[in-house]
Ligand binder design. Structure first.
Ligand code: SF4
Length: 207
């Protein structure tokens, strides 16, 4: 079974094509958003282990789950007396679904690694400097499980989905490589060609 990188889940929830360009075609580009994220993570990664308020805080912790077939790294895990508590750092103002799925996948790994349940974790948003607590409820766990299966299939079959060419594209770091406008135009031309082909076939059948 192909082990799925947890980061691929986040990319896939944002845009399946972005996930494929990064994890199938190994394309990566920086833009202002990824650089902001990288700066935030540099701060997280400095000082790998500390004790805060009596709680051991581990940074850049490698994660893996045999059961789910996923692997990755947690920005921060607080080793609280009741169990591990993951904290993911994001540059935006509020956590979005890609980050929730990523955090939930981290929790699945921690549950297997520490043989315990991990009912919630936090997303720290650098843009608002706030921590948001996320419950790993059944819906989020189901969504995460679905993403794991879908991304595994995408990786194993080396699929590169079509470009949605919507509001996700302008802030995407892969915009210039992906060229979503060109892809969408090609798609429109292909469906126009198919329509003209069908029309010509009908006309010649009627003649
Ligand atoms: S530019 Fe748009 S379609 Fe292309 S990878 Fe980014 S979000 Fe997806």
């Amino acid at each position: 079974m192909t082990s799925v990188p947890i980061s691929a889940l986040e990319h896939h929830v944002y845009c399946p094509r972005q996930c494929a360009l990064i994890h199938v075609e190994q394309t990566f580009d920086e833009n202002v958003y990824t650089l902001r994220g990288a700066r935030l993570h540099e701060r997280v990664e400095s000082g790998l282990e500390t004790v805060e308020g009596g709680v051991r805080v581990v940074r850049s912790l490698p994660l893996a789950s045999e059961r789910w077939g996923i692997h990755g790294k947690a920005d921060v895990v607080e080793l609280r007396p009741e169990g591990p508590y993951p904290v993911e750092y994001k540059a935006g103002r509020r956590p979005a679904l890609p980050a929730l799925v990523q955090l939930c996948a981290q929790a699945l790994c921690l549950e297997e690694m520490y043989r315990t349940s991990v009912p919630r974790g936090d997303v720290y948003c650098g843009g608002s400097r706030r921590r948001f607590t996320i419950d790993f409820d059944d819906d989020l766990r189901r969504r995460t499980a679905r993403e794991i299966d879908t991304v595994r299939e995408l990786l194993e079959r080396a699929l590169v989905p079509d470009a949605p060419n919507d509001r996700r594209c302008p802030p995407c770091s892969l915009y210039s490589t992906c060229m979503p406008g060109v892809v969408a135009q090609r798609r429109r031309l292909a469906s126009l060609n198919a329509f003209l082909y069908r029309l010509a076939a009908e006309v010649s059948a009627d003649a």
